[in-house]
Ligand binder design. Structure first.
Ligand SMILES: [Zn+2]
Ligand SMILES: [Zn+2]
Length: 593
């Protein structure tokens, strides 16, 4: 008996067993699958129906003529890389459990369409084992997830849920066949309740299945790959569940499904909610999956940004009537595809500066003096060195106001999606100050002797662009380590020493510039001084003494800045080295390193 197109492995084994009047566990043995009950530790049993080995493929092909390709297509691994990620699945219980809880797949159970089962005589589709399987697009029915006879999930087998075929009993493909207390449930699954589903939800299911098969449709007129499509789908479902009691679902969602969402939210609101898995985990019932599909399907079907935002609007409204902007703090830790984030931002009822609370992740050391003063107390050094935290022995005066460009690009930039400009480098400096003990962003600004308002503005602006707060803070910690390794530089003292650097000596430097094909004019001398000052103090160009020197400020700021920019773009590396050596000597002449 050949497998039907799209059939799951367990279904095929069950049907073979029914055909031969032989328990499916023994059929699996005969095929060379070696699925041993009571030995779930054994990898082959653990991975039954999830992924097949080469030996199994060869054995099944030898025994039945079923090709490796068809055999692979009966396993959940067929969706690996699209809506599932099984890349870290190995033949051990720990990895299986990790994947089990994370992925939106029903590893040992299935959903089912009663009409399909009746027509096919008990062929169970592989896609019914996806947690987003909600409706049958052929019969326009909501799938069933639980058996009315025994109350267990379909095809669960036993309450221990081993997911492996029984060796003592026959399994009739159209009957429940779950075993509870030595009794096999004989419920006829062709008689499962038939709840009609609307056309829109069926279309959403088809779109999901397209993505599952590696043919994702564009979202808001943008091409996305199947994995990103699946990620966006799960995140939108998670957002819906987060505000589940208040959100207005599209009218196409059947009442029973809407009720399932409310109950899901109510259970989470209860006292035991801490023990429930997160909002982004797979929905355990087909009704809940239907409600989520009804909403997320419409969001992902958007043809343009406006439609996407429009489809997300009920979420924003539900935030207002439900948890409120402040109650959404857990969402600030969620990673989201950019498209979804854009839509959420557009409908969120509060300024999005509060969205990504990067500050919440700052790895503060225990015992650090948290008092924020403009110049940190002397005692802080000792406290910090006896108990070095993530900021190590660095003090505020050792911190750049602008993270050096090379450091920034290598360490920090990958974690921020900032527009070009200095904001990311400024933010890196503020983050270093947080690491060294500043408790808030404004205090970090004070520690760097910035105007209070600017620190807050930078922090609020940039934190919106943090791709991964935890990763960002690791990078900042690595940067602090690097600064320390190079030997802490006292930037306060450097600024003092260079406060009179308003120009470089034209008569000395003109011939040097000429060697590199440059003509050094008086404005160039000032611009070189600005460049040197920013390099040595790691400070912002706008604060350079040369830029604001009365001798130069007769020229418009725009023109001064243009001269500075032109110089720094042109400056050859070798000449830059010479200037830096001159600057170092200047510092040393002031007794500063
Ligand atoms: Zn059907
Ligand atoms: Zn049953």
């Amino acid at each position: 008996m050949a497998p039907e197109p799209g059939e799951s492995l367990a279904s095929w084994i069950d049907r073979l067993g029914a055909d031969m009047r032989c328990p499916p566990g023994l059929v699996a043995d005969d095929l060379g699958l070696r699925v041993v009950p009571g030995a779930v530790q054994r990898p082959l049993s653990l991975l039954f129906g999830i992924t097949g080995t080469d030996e199994q493929k060869a054995a099944v092909q030898a025994a039945t003529g079923v090709s490796a390709e068809v055999f692979d297509g009966m396993h959940l691994s067929a969706y690996d890389g699209t809506v599932l990620d099984l890349s870290d699945l190995a033949e051990d219980k720990v990895s299986v459990q990790r994947v089990w809880f994370r992925e939106w797949a029903l590893f040992t159970t299935s959903r089912a369409c009663p009409a399909c089962l009746a027509e096919s005589g008990g062929v169970w589709m592989l896609w019914w084992r996806l947690a987003a399987a909600a409706v049958c697009p052929v019969h326009r029915l909501i799938l069933s997830s639980h058996c009315p006879g025994c109350g267990l999930e379909l095809r669960r087998g036993t309450e221990r849920n081993q997911g492996i075929p029984p060796r003592e009993l026959l399994v009739e493909p159209t009957r429940c066949a779950n075993r509870t207390r030595n009794r096999m449930c004989g419920y006829r699954l062709t008689e499962l309740p038939r709840v009609p589903a609307g056309e829109d939800i069926c279309a959403a299911q088809l779109a999901y299945l397209d993505a599952a098969q590696g043919r994702p449709r564009p979202v808001a007129d943008r091409r996305v790959d199947a994995a990103e499509w699946g990620w966006a789908f799960r995140i939108v479902c998670g957002l819906v569940r987060f505000v589940g009691q208040n959100i207005e679902l599209p009218a196409v969602v059947p009442a029973a499904a809407a009720q399932a969402l409310v109950e899901d939210a109510r259970r989470r609101g209860g006292v035991s909610s801490r023990r429930l898995p997160g909002y982004r985990t797979k929905p355990r019932s087909a009704l809940l999956a239907t409600a989520l599909l009804g909403f997320a399907g419409r969001v992902l079907a958007a043809g343009c940004d406006d439609e996407l935002v429009e489809a997300m609007r009920p979420f924003g409204a539900a935030v207002v009537t439900g948890p409120g902007a402040a109650g959404c703090a857990p969402l600030w830790r969620w990673r989201m595809p950019p498209l979804v984030k854009m839509a959420v931002r557009a409908v969120f009822p509060a300024p999005m500066a509060r969205w990504s609370r990067v500050g919440g992740h700052v790895p503060l050391p225990a015992g650090v003096d948290l008092s924020a003063s403009r110049t940190p107390r002397r005692g802080r050094t000792a406290a910090a060195s006896s108990r070095p935290g993530p900021g190590g022995c660095l003090e505020f005066r050792h911190l750049p106001r602008l993270v050096a460009e090379a450091d920034y690009q290598e360490l920090i930039e990958p974690w921020l999606r900032t527009p070009p400009g200095w904001s990311g480098r400024r933010y890196g400096a503020l983050a270093l100050a947080r690491l060294c003990g500043a408790r808030t962003w404004p205090q970090a600004g004070l520690a760097l002797a910035w105007a209070d308002g600017r620190a807050t503005a930078v922090a609020e602006y940039v934190c919106e662009f943090a791709a991964d707060p935890a990763g960002f803070w690791q990078a900042v910690t690595a940067l602090a380590g690097r600064l320390q390794e190079r030997g802490p530089i006292d930037y306060d003292r450097r600024r003092q020493a260079l406060s009179t650097l308003v120009s470089i000596d034209g008569s000395v430097w003109r011939p040097v510039f000429a060697e590199y094909g440059g003509r050094l004019m008086p404005a160039g001398c000032r611009a070189a001084a600005v460049w040197l000052w920013t390099m040595l103090t790691c400070d912002e160009l706008g604060d350079a003494p040369a830029l604001v020197d009365p001798g130069w400020s007769t020229v418009s700021l725009k023109s001064r800045l243009r001269t500075c920019r032109n110089l720094s773009v042109w400056l050859p590396d070798a000449l830059a080295d010479k200037l830096l050596r001159f600057g170092q000597a200047l510092l040393e002449s002031h007794g500063v390193r």
